[in-house]
Design a protein around this ligand. Structure first.
Ligand SMILES: *Cc1c(COP(=O)(O)O)cnc(C)c1O
Length: 467
């Protein structure tokens, strides 16, 4: 039985139709089907009823508070769920924030393809049906030096297609130290099982010798696979079979040498002293038969899985019925083609592709951005907010170059009224959420990944959530 107080609070709850006819809800009734609005109101009222019954002596619910809850729910229903955010984490390829941001040219290409018909599968010269692979295959071959190439939905799909097509029911030898789990619980060993190929693990977590691989080769073996340990680094007492050695062993035994490169860099970051990642070109040069890598990691393009290598193998992959299930759409192809075109001139790639630009951004430039933001913020923030520019480090992210630390500068924000967690929480609630990171009791906005036009938006967004 409800207590007297509970009964009283329940009786005071407004009826659905009273709220429904409130003037504040008029605009929602234009934007949403009327049933959605009344359903939302009754959902909120049920929650209120439940809350009242959980407290022995509840206070009456003010009508204003109920109305405001209804409006918050309706705001969610009327606004886009997937929306832009300002990445002030300094993590260039932030998996949760959509990984690579496309260049202007790639964005334009996607938009154009969306707006009009295209020759997606139509050959304008022969006037016959064409292949959607053709649009990027030649570019990929020229850029990587591979004989053939194709594109699928993502690199996980690429790994699956390669194993399923070329190694089903056969043995694939992989070093134990490379059986990695990539974010979102994608495990190389699981994908192998799903593909129907048989995993033969060799070596130990930290060491695999060429002789370990050689000893494991049986008449059932069809492939030697190398997996890039993207998101971690084994340091200390370690040994890996060099790529050239794996290629030699594969040749000697008539096996396919396949490398899952993970990120797959086309632009040589080593020349800037960043990481020691071999380029895709170097891996092709080394004689690897089949390679696969992501389109939206270090390449800086749309989500895609790129497979490049010897024609013999790529042709078989293209013929597999599964290729149809894993194929990319026209937006991806448009964005990828435009991204790849930047790489025809490496200098252009470094300037135009946001991923490369953000990785290569000099700390001095980031410092200037931090100063600029500081200036704009000073005019907008309340007096109890303290700001300071601090040197820090940012990371590439996206399971790429895990050991690389990029020197950066952050705007550190503290307040005598709000905790760093509260500052962070509120900045997530603005019209454009600003995502920073909390470190040592301060909210840090890392300027490496903040674009110049966003510098003026941040203070306004800050003011909106701290009026
Ligand atoms: C990231 C990664 C994948 C998965 O690539 P997606 O494009 O995210 O599907 C597979 N293998 C390795 C080694 C990776 O780093």
């Amino acid at each position: 039985m409800p207590t007297d107080k509970q009964q009283q609070a329940l009786r005071q709850l407004p009826a659905v139709h009273t709220i429904l006819h409130h003037a504040d809800l008029a605009s929602y009734k234009e934007k949403l089907p009327p049933e959605w609005v009344s359903q939302t109101i009754s959902d909120i009222l049920s929650l209120e009823r439940k809350a009242i019954l959980e407290e022995p002596a509840p206070s009456p619910r003010p009508a204003e508070a109920i109305l405001s809850r209804v409006r918050m729910r309706l705001d969610l229903l009327t606004s886009s769920r997937l929306r832009p955010v300002i990445n002030a984490t300094g993590i260039v390829l932030h998996t949760n924030l959509g990984r690579a941001v496309l260049s202007d040219a790639a964005t334009h290409a996607v938009e154009q393809t969306a707006r009009s018909y295209s020759n997606l599968e139509y050959n304008l010269h022969t006037r016959e049906r064409g292949s959607r692979h053709e649009h990027v295959e030649e570019l990929l071959c020229r850029l990587t030096g591979a004989e053939a190439a194709m594109v699928v939905n993502n690199n996980a799909a690429a790994v699956f297609l390669v194993l399923r097509t070329l190694a089903r029911d056969r043995e694939v030898i992989v070093s134990r130290g490379q059986l990695v789990e990539i974010g979102g619980s994608f495990r190389v060993s699981e994908i192998m099982r799903e593909s129907g190929s048989r995993l033969v693990e060799v070596g130990t977590t930290n060491k695999t010798r060429s002789s370990d691989v050689a000893k494991a080769i049986t008449p059932e073996t069809v492939m030697l696979m190398k997996v890039h340990t993207s998101n971690f680094k084994v340091i200390g007492f370690t040994q890996e079979v060099p790529r050239e050695e794996l290629v030699r062993l594969a040749r000697e035994h008539g096996l396919i040498c396949y490398e899952d490169l993970g990120s797959g860099v086309l632009y040589d970051l080593k020349t800037h002293g960043i990481g020691d990642e071999p380029t895709v070109q170097e891996c092709v040069q080394a004689g690897v038969d089949v390679l696969s890598f992501s389109g939206d990691k270090l390449l800086g393009g749309p989500q895609a899985g790129i497979i490049a290598g010897k024609k013999e193998w790529i042709s078989r992959l293209k013929k597999n019925q599964l290729a149809r299930a894993l194929r990319v759409d026209k937006f991806t192809l448009a964005g990828l083609e435009a991204t790849l075109r930047h790489y025809l001139h490496p200098k252009e790639a470094a300037e135009k592709i946001p991923t490369l630009r953000n990785i290569l951004r000099k700390p001095e430039e980031i410092f200037r951005r931090a100063e600029e933001l500081y200036g704009y913020m000073r005019e907008k923030v309340p007096a109890d907010v303290e700001m300071e520019i601090l040197p820090s480090t940012s990371h590439v992210g996206g399971g790429s170059l895990p050991d690389v630390e990029l020197p950066t500068h952050c705007l550190a924000i503290t307040s005598s009224t709000f905790s760093p967690a509260e500052l962070d929480r509120r900045l997530h609630q603005g019209a454009i959420p600003v995502i920073g990171r909390i470190s040592k009791d301060r909210l840090l906005l890392d300027l490496r990944t903040v674009e110049p036009q966003e510098l003026r938006q941040i203070p306004q967004l800050f003011q909106d959530v701290f009026p």
